[in-house]
Design a protein around this ligand. Structure first.
Ligand SMILES: [Zn+2]
Length: 370
């Protein structure tokens, strides 16, 4: 009888803990509750034998409520689609750059509170194998229906003599064995980041892809929770309509401008450029987010002068120093562009949607070209 009561209390606190923002409060409450509980030391002892069951009970309650998204854009879409039916958590810290993230064993273990995680795929989540090998979680690749751009297709355009080149072909194995070594390099200087993947991972920056990725999320949620299928599909349809409108509006706008080239902080806009028939000029390669190579800066500067480019984009929420220097040199302006690879405080506090951020990017690019 006593055992049963304690299980009841624990199950209740598991439910409370699963209620998102209340998790912290629930923790404090259970600390207070400990005082009262200590009187019942005897029953605690008796309950010991039931401990395994309690753990698995509370874990089960969590698994049914929590879903993970790998990083900001996927998190934002999953939250919009899941609405109040699931608690959506981001695996990476929302305010930290996502490239090069290497989760700790503890962070990976936390995923066992859920059964389901949405990732971008296309090689964005370099830690995916580590998670697969450790935790029993269903990892859903939201870019699986997208025609991916090969990493090397774009690389040769602006990455002349970049070290990235050789190891793409001969050294596939070496890449993987050397992950630790790469990471150490990365901490000293971001410019040494190499991309490990075969594909350009930045699918989400094209709104047409975002719609496809949102559909994957809606389909999966409908599959695991068929009772709420209509709810998920309605949330998806709203996003899809907004994205369709954005694509139509900017296809029209971009078709009318002569200049198609825009300067970006790193090579993240390949899918967007393909969708709208534009050309990105990156200061950094696919996954490096540090300072650009002097040689690349000189090339971009010459090109920008010849093409009369009037804007140099820098990473929203990041440093504008390099962009400003280049902009001054070519008589242009430095302006922010959003890779959505991390979120700013303003984006999080205002609950800004993926659709709004993507539209702002397109408007900024359009403004720079027209
Ligand atoms: Zn990137």
């Amino acid at each position: 009888m006593k055992v049963k009561n304690i299980i009841g209390v624990l199950a209740l606190s598991a439910v409370l803990a699963a209620c998102g923002n209340n998790a912290e409060n629930a923790k404090t409450d259970s600390n207070d509750a400990k005082e009262e509980m200590s009187v019942k030391e005897d029953s605690k002892e008796e309950a010991k034998s039931g401990e395994d069951k309690k753990d698995s009970d509370s874990q089960k309650a969590n698994e049914e409520n929590v879903i993970y998204a790998s990083f900001f854009p996927i998190y934002n879409l999953a939250k919009q689609i899941a609405g109040d039916k699931f608690e959506v958590k981001s695996f990476t810290n929302l305010k930290t750059e996502s490239h090069g993230f290497e989760p700790s064993a503890k962070e990976i273990a936390e995923l066992s509170t859920s059964k389901l995680m949405f990732v971008n795929g296309a090689g964005m989540e370099e830690w995916e194998d580590a998670v697969k090998n450790t935790v029993d979680i269903d990892i859903v690749n939201t870019s699986e229906r997208i025609d991916l751009i090969k990493a090397s297709e774009d690389d040769h355009d602006h990455d002349h003599e970049d070290a990235d080149h050789d190891h793409d072909h001969e050294d596939a194995d070496h890449d993987h064995e050397d992950a630790d070594h790469d990471h150490e390099d990365g901490e000293e200087g971001h410019e040494h980041h190499h991309h490990h993947g075969e594909f350009d991972p930045h699918t989400w920056l094209d709104p047409a892809n975002g719609k496809v990725q949102a559909k994957v999320i809606a389909d999966k949620l409908s599959e695991v929770d068929p009772a709420n299928k209509d709810y998920y599909m309605a949330n998806y349809e709203k996003i899809a309509k907004e994205l369709d409108d954005i694509v139509a509006e900017y296809k029209d706008k971009f078709a009318k401008v002569d200049n198609k080239k825009f300067i970006v902080p790193h090579q993240a806009f390949g899918y967007l450029a393909r969708e709208f028939d534009l050309e990105q000029i990156p200061l950094n390669s696919l996954t490096s987010t540090g300072e650009a190579d002097a040689k690349v800066l000189k090339e971009v500067s010459d090109l920008a002068k010849a093409e009369k480019i009037k804007t140099v984009f820098y990473e929203m929420g990041g440093s504008d120093k390099e962009a400003k220097t280049l902009a001054d040199e070519i008589g242009a302006e430095a302006k922010p562009i959003n890779t959505l690879e991390f979120a700013t405080d303003e984006e999080l506090s205002s609950n800004k949607t993926y659709q709004e951020m993507i539209k702002e990017n397109l408007e900024a690019i359009y403004d720079s070209l027209s």
